[in-house]
Design a protein around this ligand. Structure first.
Ligand SMILES: C[S@@+](CC[C@H](N)C(=O)[O-])C[C@H]1O[C@@H](n2cnc3c(N)ncnc32)[C@H](O)[C@@H]1O
Length: 273
């Protein structure tokens, strides 16, 4: 039976059978990590639940190609929060998830990377739980690791680095609202992966250096990692912000700082400063 027919049959009985017999109930939500951009980097489980969805609420960073596989009668809601695109506040997104589930849909909330890595998946789970809507979480491949990996940068490497930390650079280091321990990061030897850090990259590099990190530490920005638009800029920590600006790097990008940046040969196009 075609996926679409199985969905229709399932809806009639309050249950939807996915390909391997796992059942998903109508009136529930699945928070699914779609991975960093390559449609093949969603998990098998995520793809299976997506095929059973009757409503898909999608983010800007979730791979658009995955939507091409949906049956035409699946409702797709664009929850994009980009400033120059359609706006929807987090409360509105939460309301959509809850309302559609209460109306009997099997809702897949498709999110870029992993739902719980700077993805607001926790807020959405809380909203559903408070409304009595059951939620499943399907972890995703986070860009924090996958974008560097796709560029040939391992976040750890035996004999070189045995620790890595993932931080948000959305709030500038000198902003009292920052919850990141930039002083501590400046003192550590390990790999620092910064998400949402391009705008504040000059201040981030300066904060790390002023707190003890060697200005000559290798660094890279991986833009659009794991997509066919991937590009990489490499430079010393004290030059990475200028290099990224000069190269015209745009979001989304992961900044990687640490010895691992120079450990392996690069994969894909690289600009070095
Ligand atoms: C709101 S966070 C969401 C992170 C996502 N939940 C994850 O686990 O990858 C968005 C940030 O993730 C990073 N990002 C997401 N996809 C990326 C990609 N394909 N290449 C590089 N960075 C990416 C960028 O730093 C971007 O600003």
């Amino acid at each position: 039976m075609a996926v679409r027919d199985r969905i229709a049959a399932g809806l009639a009985h309050g249950e939807i059978d996915t390909r391997d017999g796992e059942s998903v109930r109508r009136g529930t939500v699945a928070l699914v990590g779609a991975g960093p951009g390559d449609p093949e980097l969603i998990t098998v489980r995520g793809r299976r639940l997506l095929a059973a969805a009757t409503v898909v609420v999608v983010d800007r960073l979730a791979p658009g190609l995955l939507l091409d596989e949906l049956a035409p009668d699946v409702e797709v809601v664009d929850a994009s929060k980009i400033p120059y695109g359609p706006q929807a506040t987090q409360d509105e997104i939460n309301r959509i998830l809850v309302d559609r589930a209460r109306a009997g849909a099997f809702v897949v909330r498709l999110k870029g990377g992993d739902p719980f890595v700077f993805g607001r998946g926790g807020e959405e789970l809380q909203a559903c739980a408070e409304a009595g809507v059951p939620v499943t979480v399907v972890p995703g491949v986070t860009s924090a690791i996958a974008a560097p990996a796709a560029a040939g940068i391992p976040v750890t490497h035996r004999g070189v680095v045995h620790e890595f930390v993932v931080v948000s650079g959305h709030v500038a280091p000198d902003d009292p609202a920052s919850l990141v321990d930039w002083a501590g990061l400046g003192r550590m030897r390990g790999t620092v992966c910064v998400l949402m850090g391009l705008r504040n990259l000059p201040a981030i590099a300066a904060a790390l250096i002023s707190n003890g990190r060697d200005p000559g530490t290798p660094a890279a920005v991986v833009q659009d990692g794991a997509t066919d638009r991937q590009r990489v800029v490499r430079a010393r920590l004290d030059r990475i912000a200028g290099a990224a600006t000069e190269a015209g790097v745009r979001a989304p990008g992961v900044v990687v700082i640490g010895e691992v940046v120079d450990v392996l040969p690069a994969i894909g196009p690289v600009t070095s400063w």
